[in-house]
Ligand binder design. Sequence first.
Ligand code: HC0
Length: 574
Amino acid sequence: TVNVKINGISIDVPKGSTILEAARLAHIEIPTLCYLKEINEIGACRICVVEVKGARSLVASCVYPVAEGMEIRTDSPKVLASRRHTLELILSDHDRKCLSCVRSGSCELQKLCYDLKVENETAYEGERNEYELDGSSAHMVRDNNKCILCRRCSAVCEHVQGIGVIGANERGFKTNISCAFEMDLAETSCVSCGQCIAVCPTGALYEQDHVDEVFAALNDPHKYVIVQTAPAVRAALGEAFGLPIGTNVQGKMVAALRRLGFDKVFDTDFAADLTIMEEAAEFIDRVQNGGVLPLITSCSPGWIKYCEHYYPDMLDHLSSCKSPQQMFGAITKTYYANKMGLDPEKIVMVSVMPCTAKKFEIGRDDQNAAGLPDVDISITTRELARMIERVGLNFHALPDEEFDDPLGRSTGAGVIFGATGGVMEAALRTAVETLTKEELPSPDFTEVRGTAGVKKATYHVAGMDINVAVASGLNNARTILEEIKSGKSNYHFVEIMACPGGCVNGGGQPHQPANVRNTTDIKALRAKALYDIDTLMPLRKSHENPAIKQLYEEFLEEPGSHKAHDILHTSYVK
Ligand code: HC0
């Protein structure tokens, strides 16, 4: 350790710490804007400046290492004035339309201006850049009039996802974050994961907002509006209402959706169970009949787009299963509509997802089992929170309610889909029992749990070794794909999710500011909420779901049947 003095208090901190980290140990939170731990450590925004005795100027605490005997002031008038000036300069090229900004209340710039009492918004009034919005892609909008050039978005795109379709263009006053050659985002190889939105401190990046369309459907007496909610939404929606990260709000979420006026409130977890039935059958078929291995999961649309853009030669590895979101819509507009005597044309299928790529997925080809789009509107967890706020529902006071039957029934296997490794574990629970024809002593496959970016395990099943791998985050996906291509590994089954940690950390989840992201393992806390639900479920294996059994008996016949293929499977674009 080294001993330093921060604001007059002496403290021992680990050698090699930055001043920012050292101050945190002294319970002082130095504000930051550009800094994201291990992702964007560039010391560029100058908000985190502090005084170091003997240094010629203020230093950026996020990158400046401590040294023995260092005397630091984080709170001096000089420091606070400098931060205020920096904010005034940022505001001089910011549109300052905060009243109805999508990030009002969760904007990190707004909070800093408030905390530092930046009263004069026009201190450096002068020439301003004016940018057109880029709303070319299905999932997001870029509003550079609100961009503060922190580069968190381009850092996450390049360093975490390994994609790098956005970055700084031009120089000096004209510097702006955009795509190469001024292309629209839709023209690039962006995979729609939305991780850039999740890290953006302001309203410069946000999802395409479909809230008004959902309200219009709910207010249309000729429509029958059905909602499905993804596994990971229940583990994060509460954060939008101030609840601790990792609070399971399933019951209140269902109650809120009912009060918003949805005719049926169903659970994507049901379709996750259905996916497992189809994917486990596909896996067993490939193992027993010499099919292409490893089989790779296909439920994360960001991952699918990545595979299509960057690894088209590996598309034969992908499961042909549609994602649970799409399977849900397909079953709703065929089996359920028929069973209930509903006209599929009048059904509006809305999904609530932790994901922005789902907005893109609903428009993919071959996702229309009933001759209509399987899913009509996909909104993010954040958009659902906005709907709840818009109509004034007191979320905290809502009772806990249950999903509707039968498409609200699920097992523990369905809910863990939302965390990295969950699809693998759910599939193993069913595939192993199908292969061995024996009940598992325990449904837990703990080797594939946890937030590590890459996980590997081997299971001995019915006389053979089954090698599995799980990757989340596209840089990690690339590692596994390159391993497979080089022939160095012998996997049978691989799960890939586009977002680090899986859907719990999707690009559509409630925002958490950088100081929380830098100090808390958000994805681990949200994942825990899902595994806790799984543990308490009476049924924990997809093939035990009574509503799934009924669906096969009444309609689909058996996993992998011709009918199941027509309705629940798809193909990919080379
Ligand atoms: Fe997921 Fe899904 S688990 S992708 O992460 O497979 O978005 O939560 O809904 O479709 O079920 C997202 C989450 C889903 C789907 C499911 C899968």
